[in-house]
Design a protein around this ligand. Structure first.
Ligand SMILES: C[S@@+](CC[C@H](N)C(=O)[O-])C[C@H]1O[C@@H](n2cnc3c(N)ncnc32)[C@H](O)[C@@H]1O
Length: 294
């Protein structure tokens, strides 16, 4: 499809190992766990995890009966499947967030952690997530904050050319974007979400703090600082909990929708799903639905 924005492809990446497990990111992982505990509803039916990667956060969604792990990268999903196993509880779907292969309003929850960061058309992705959520369902979004304290200081000292205060995203490396919090809130609202709560996260993401202070103390300090998130956002990472505006609607019929023609419900018929409207064929390999358009 030629209207697809460029994708930051993690195919073949060892991100989970090199960045998280061997990259000294225990602090970042722990404070994200705290934020998710605070924001996730106690229970739910079907959660969509957008850009699930290798499933680092998936075990944190224990309140939901079923979780769909969606990622553009097949190899990330293979790693997630190796970690979490094949079961009724999880469904693995390779797809593009700009073309979600689901019927409208089928999920009652969604998360998108460390993914907006890679999206050239972030607002479009938010609209697509909104489309597949039921009214009143919960969406938890993490984004990288351009107006963080370090960027503000660097800008004041003229060690950074771009302004942290202007509303547009900053692409500091190809397909790596930081966002202004007010812009993200505006996009969420115009996409049909109501922002409920914000937590600022990873305040102490600096080598010096990590070297000098014990992990438990850093996590405790961040847990307290997170609570200022509704008042101001000066941390490098922000978590937002939003819900979908609108009244309850009748349950949708079907689950998959053809991402190519966007017209027909796709019958769930592994090892191959065939669109009855446009004839596009999508394979299911080793338990992973490949619903990418390629
Ligand atoms: C930084 S990783 C985050 C993974 C996971 N959420 C975590 O926090 O550990 C970003 C993930 O987003 C996925 N991604 C990037 N662009 C995407 C797109 N257009 N559609 C679906 N997934 C995408 C990448 O494949 C990658 O696995």
């Amino acid at each position: 499809m030629n209207d697809t924005p460029p994708i930051c492809d993690y195919e073949g990446s060892d991100y989970q190992t090199s960045f998280w497990e061997q990259g000294g990111r225990a602090y970042e992982d722990a404070v994200e766990a705290v934020a998710l505990r605070r924001l996730l509803p106690a229970s739910g039916q079907l959660l969509l995890e957008v850009g699930a990667g290798a499933g680092r956060n998936t075990p944190r969604y224990g309140g939901y009966q079923n979780v769909v792990l969606l990622d553009y990268s097949l190899t990330q999903l293979q790693q997630a499947q190796a970690r979490l196993g094949r079961s009724e509880r999880y469904r693995y779907v390779a797809a593009d967030v700009y073309h979600l292969p689901f019927v409208d309003g089928v999920f009652d929850g969604a998360t998108m952690i460390r993914v907006l960061h890679h999206l050239a058309e972030a607002r479009r992705a938010l609209q697509e997530v909104r489309r597949v959520l039921q009214p009143n369902s919960t969406f938890i979004l993490e984004f990288a904050n351009k107006r963080n304290l370090k960027a503000m200081l660097r800008y004041a000292l003229r060690r950074q050319t771009w302004s942290p205060y202007t509303p547009e995203p900053i692409e500091f490396v190809a397909l790596n974007f930081d966002f202004h919090p007010a812009t993200v809130r505006t996009w969420l609202q115009s996409s049909g979400f109501v922002v409920e709560r914000q937590l600022t996260v990873s305040h102490f993401r600096m080598g010096l703090f990590k070297r000098l202070l014990p992990l438990r103390l850093l996590v405790w300090m961040d847990s307290l600082a997170q609570l200022t998130g509704d008042a101001w956002q000066l941390s490098p990472s922000v978590f937002v909990r939003a819900h979908v505006r609108g009244d309850a609607q009748t349950a949708p019929t079907g689950f998959f929708r053809c991402p190519a023609c966007e017209q027909a419900t796709l019958p769930d018929t592994p090892p191959e799903l065939i669109c009855p409207a446009c004839g596009w064929r999508f394979p299911v390999v080793d338990g992973i639905y490949d619903l990418r358009l390629q």
